[in-house]
Design a protein around this ligand. Sequence first.
Ligand code: 6GU
Length: 244
Amino acid sequence: MKFHIMTLFPEMVEQGLRTSIIGRAEQKGLLSIQAVNIRDYAFNKHQSVDDYPYGGGAGMLMQAEPVYQCYKAVCQETKEGLEGKKPRLVYLSPQGRTFNQNIAEEFAQEEELILLCGHYEGIDERVLEEIVTDYVSIGDYVLTGGELAAMVMVDAIARLVPGVLHNDVSAEFESFQDHLLEYPQYSRPEIWHDKQVPPILLSGHHANIEKWRREQSIIRTARNRPDLLEKAELTEKEQKFLEE
Ligand code: 6GU
């Protein structure tokens, strides 16, 4: 899968994503992450890309033309763009729909994705109307720019690409698939700071371990994310267990 990230801070995005699992996946050729500097498409000699908003108000806006020229250049790098079709382009903005695992799974089906990071007070609406296909936010708080949000999205999507994680099962059996949080996990040593690993995990009794883990998941979800429980499919027994 190929990600093209349009940004004023390409180093931030590339350095952030070229480490750890995502970086290794890129080296293996499973992914490609290309940050493109919008400033390279500035059309004045000072290379400025922002200007005052019409009608007044605080701050500056990113101008339409540099964003558009950058977009056209990126399109030349995409399969759809070369076929004269409109590639999928996500504008990271608090005005978008809130990102979640379902949206990550949807985007992971794409072969190519363009992400547009805004800065200052935003981007001239006219260019957004022409090029944006999806508006995505990563939550109800305000960031100084779209870069961190783009990195969050790329990370969540990239790990769903087959081969990126060591075992494809781990993407399947994880949080949010069944609307429950993950159970607690333990590794060596058996006793650390006077704390014991729950004995059941040392019992070797797989059915009991699975049952214990599911109970732990349910308890955690009830405590920390009761909103998720509504979608979780609990058995009658589990429902009763929760009420106790
Ligand atoms: Cl996508 N951008 C900015 N600037 N702030 C955000 C966001 C995005 N999502 C949550 N807050």
